[in-house]
Ligand binder design. Structure first.
Ligand code: ZN
Ligand code: ZN
Length: 258
């Protein structure tokens, strides 16, 4: 396979410290031409974990943002810094931002405030957003409907057909990862079946959620090919068609004007 994009990877994760160079080499060898490194890291004050990766390689791009887990660490300094970083030429999106009521690492009202503040920054920047939402679907949609008029990605989409339609109606792209390959994820596969080809993206979310047959191991960008293969099966087309469409979608969404 060639011409793939991993739209969501945590290349800064310490699980890659021993062999990050080889991980990136394997991605290129597997046909992954571009990667979007997610810059949430361990939260503020460090907002540049992905920018540092992007500065080292021409084919790695970055996001910036405060993950809902880390919302309680955000301050006015954080938002000022995010505003400045949003202008970095390799920062393609603001994320992953959103709401996570599964762990509740930060209080829910703080999560909502920090989410809203980052939507404002994203709006000013003109760049799309990458949404993380877990056990907070209705609140996430409510915030987006009220405060967001731009484009975005529902990352690691694991909802059902109805939720997919809600996000698609808002104009969002759905990004599918390893979960799509899990035996019991039939509802997610149904969501992938009904997603218009021009709103489809693929990702690994590595080092988490490795697709079958690597399930349970450390995930890495090269494994995005497994998700692409499965998407092709589900949709009755070829892996190259999925690769071409998801890469074109990524470029249109995140690299307009290229
Ligand atoms: Zn996430
Ligand atoms: Zn992530």
């Amino acid at each position: 396979m060639t011409g793939l994009v991993d739209s969501h990877c945590h290349l800064d994760d310490s699980k890659f410290d021993v062999d990050r160079e080889q991980v990136i080499e394997r991605a290129l060898a597997a046909g992954v031409e571009r990667m979007m490194a997610i810059g949430t890291g361990d939260g503020p004050p460090d907002l540049e974990t992905a920018v540092r990766q992007a500065d080292r390689y021409p084919f790695i791009y970055a996001t910036i943002g405060v993950h809902p887990h880390d919302a309680a660490k955000a301050s006015s300094d954080t938002f000022a810094r995010l505003r400045a970083l949003a202008a970095h030429p390799k920062v393609l999106a603001i994320g992953e931002i959103g709401l996570d009521y599964h762990y509740d690492f930060s209080p829910r009202d703080v999560q909502r405030q920090v989410f809203a503040a980052q939507l404002e920054i994203a709006g000013e920047s003109g760049k799309p957003i990458v949404i993380h939402t877990r056990e907070a679907w209705d609140d996430t949609l409510a915030v987006l409907r009220e405060k967001w008029r731009g484009a975005g990605i529902m990352h690691c989409f694991t909802g059902d057909e109805q939720q997919a339609r809600q996000a698609l109606d808002l104009g969002f792209h759905l990004s599918f990862g390893g979960v799509l390959t899990f035996p019991r994820a039939e509802a997610v596969r149904q969501a992938a079946r009904i997603t218009p080809i021009d709103q489809l993206l693929v990702e690994t979310d590595c080092p988490y959620l490795a697709p079958v047959p690597h399930r349970g191991k450390r995930n890495e960008p090269a494994f995005v090919v497994e998700t692409v293969r499965r998407l092709a099966e589900i949709r009755g087309c070829t892996p190259s068609e999925i690769a071409a469409a998801t890469t074109a979608n990524f470029d249109r969404l995140c690299r307009p004007g290229i």
